[in-house]
Ligand binder design. Structure first.
Ligand SMILES: [Cu+2]
Length: 373
């Protein structure tokens, strides 16, 4: 059992007034959970909740919406009162508040969602992922060790239902037409997104995968990253198996390790297909980049400005042209450095940046480039 076990308190609001961007500038309505705040905001998915094995968890849910909701802790060992199933537990009425308690005995990936008129409340967005980790960075007791973790929750929605959530459709009438990973889809999953896996060659990366949509999903891994499944639905798989394609049905979760000793620029494909008839619906892509040191790459961008050396240790030089403005973003898309010199510059001191992968933007160009400092 983890040594750092303690009481973990989380306070969520249940909300029915959210919006969610489904593509550039296009929003739909969502209901969901948001972290408790002066003005809590529903997010899709709901906040990722990470606990340590052995923790005593108390999730308070305050309902600030006009209808009743619950929190069902999917896959976790909870007693019936804390199960959030309205028929056997209780609903939290508008203005009400309750605390769901459980002991995080098992490591793994779990889900939480509203269990009131489940079909409708789920498609509206009332769900999130719970992960129970260990403080020694092993997947489970005496299990494999890993260096970093990425969390991917697949889901879907039917845009018209979210736009007009006036009635609860029976299960078979929900025809999802928007397919997401962590609430994003298509190009939103790339472009400096925190959903792109960035790892050093030799590292092991844990992937916590779950599906809470109406579609069957298939996670297809490139051979280059040696994906191996260790946990299924929060339980240790007796003989871990290497996978090319991992089928994850609605409600299922897996913990997978990936790693490579090579420089890799690849992606995991996530296919969505209809549960009723098996018809393929859509694919999302999760980018994977692994990098080794040292590597020598000379980047020349569209404006013909060479940047060297790459990787760079302390000073970045510009080969030709007059560079006036430099912006550097980290792999999460956060701007970490900006310089503007009206008369131009031929070098830039980047000693303050930690070793890693960055995106460079010169003079406001849209061609962001990857540099490995
Ligand atoms: Cu609900």
């Amino acid at each position: 059992m983890a040594i750092s076990a303690q009481v973990q308190n989380v306070h969520l609001a249940a909300l029915m007034n959210g919006t969610h961007e489904i593509e550039d500038g296009v929003f739909t309505n969502i209901w969901g959970y948001g972290l408790w705040d002066q003005t809590p905001i529903a997010t899709l998915p709901a906040p990722l909740l990470i606990f340590q094995q052995g923790d005593s968890v108390e999730i308070q849910m305050t309902n600030v919406s006009p209808e009743s909701h619950t929190i069902h802790l999917h896959g976790l060992d909870v007693d019936q009162v804390n199960d959030g199933v309205p028929q056997t537990s209780f609903q939290v009425t508008p203005g009400g508040s309750t605390v769901y308690s459980f002991k995080a005995n098992e490591t793994g990936t779990f889900l939480y969602h509203c269990h009131v008129i489940t079909t409708l409340h789920l498609t509206m967005g009332m769900y999130g992922m719970i992960v129970v980790e260990r403080d020694d960075n092993t997947l489970f007791e005496n299990g494999p060790i890993y260096d970093d973790t990425y969390y991917y929750l697949a889901s879907d929605l039917e845009v018209e239902t979210n736009n007009f959530p006036t009635m609860a459709f029976p299960f078979h009438e929900i025809q999802p037409d928007h397919f997401m990973i962590n609430g994003s889809s298509g190009e939103m999953l790339f472009n400096g997104s925190e959903n792109v896996i960035e790892m050093e060659a030799g590292q092991k990366i844990a992937l916590r995968l779950g599906n809470i949509g109406y579609s069957k999903t298939e996670f297809i891994f490139p051979n280059s990253v040696n994906a191996t499944a260790y946990l299924s639905d929060g339980r240790v798989i007796p003989t871990p198996f290497e996978i090319d394609t991992l089928e994850v049905y609605p409600g299922e979760r897996y913990s997978v390790l990936i790693g490579t000793t090579e420089t890799v620029s690849d992606f995991i494909s996530v296919n969505y297909s209809n549960m009723e008839n098996g018809i393929y619906q859509a694919t999302n892509y999760i980018g994977i980049n692994s990098y080794t040191f040292p590597t020598s790459i000379v980047n020349v961008d569209n404006e013909g400005i060479g940047v060297y050396p790459n990787p760079v240790d302390q000073i970045l030089y510009f080969q030709a042209g007059t560079v006036k403005q430099i912006e550097i973003y980290n792999s999460k898309g956060v701007k970490v450095l900006e310089r503007y010199e009206p008369i131009g510059m031929s070098s830039l001191d980047i000693q303050e940046l930690a070793r890693g992968m960055y995106f460079l933007r010169i003079d406001g160009s849209n061609s962001k480039k990857i540099l490995k400092f």
